[in-house]
Design a protein. Structure first.
Length: 207
């Protein structure tokens, strides 16, 4: 990843965090100021993860035996705009293959690349968190969830974070994640979310 791409990614991650902390409101007067305050941490994050992202690209190329992703790599290399939704859909097929076959090293690198390409796709982090725990253990995964759940208050992500804390084990922290997850459902969750919410409530009773 070149320096320009690193800077763009760091800015994007900082902006996503600030937007989420302000309930999606990017029109607040001090938005740019808040982004600048977050930027140093995300800048360090992107530098630390450059090798990992390159590893993810190489993993995708190994799995993509029919070269379906060649056009994506070409556009990214040339700094051209890509449809991130389509790119994530295309990449997911290969990353999920690694995940389903429990190739945790590949899955971790591939989902890390996807998160860097499109950090606002928060569901990627559920897979990345699981791969992190399988590869490095629940203590490292706990640190990952600590960071990512400060940006995304998503019920499913918080549920995975709670499960991770139960593996540590840290039941008090798991309880906190579950309480946050239940609160994050809001007033009108979908039928699938209602079932997950009930599972969380039942699990909470055991902690």
């Amino acid at each position: 990843m070149n320096q320009s791409a690193q800077n763009s990614l760091a800015n994007l991650l900082a902006a996503v965090q600030v937007a989420n902390e302000n309930n999606g409101n990017t029109a607040i007067e001090d938005f740019k100021e808040q982004v600048q305050k977050k930027l140093p941490l995300w800048d360090q994050y992107t530098r630390d993860n450059t090798k990992l992202l390159n590893k993810g690209i190489q993993a995708f190329k190994r799995y993509d035996k029919n070269h379906r992703l060649d056009f994506l790599w070409m556009r990214l290399k040339n700094g051209e705009k890509v449809s991130k939704n389509k790119a994530i859909d295309d990449l997911f097929k290969f990353a999920n293959d690694a995940f389903e076959h429990e190739n945790w090293d590949d899955a971790h690198a591939m989902f890390s690349f996807m998160a860097a390409l499109s950090p606002e796709h928060y569901r990627i982090y559920s897979y990345l968190g699981t791969a992190t725990e399988k590869l490095y253990g629940p203590a490292d995964a706990s640190l990952f969830y600590d960071a990512i759940t400060k940006t995304f208050e998503d019920p499913e992500l918080l549920f995975y974070a709670a499960e991770c804390e139960m593996h540590v084990p840290n039941n008090e922290k798991a309880k906190n994640y579950l309480e946050r997850a239940i609160k994050a459902f809001g007033d009108k969750p979908s039928n699938d979310m209602l079932q997950l919410e009930e599972e969380m409530k039942d699990l909470l009773k055991t902690l």
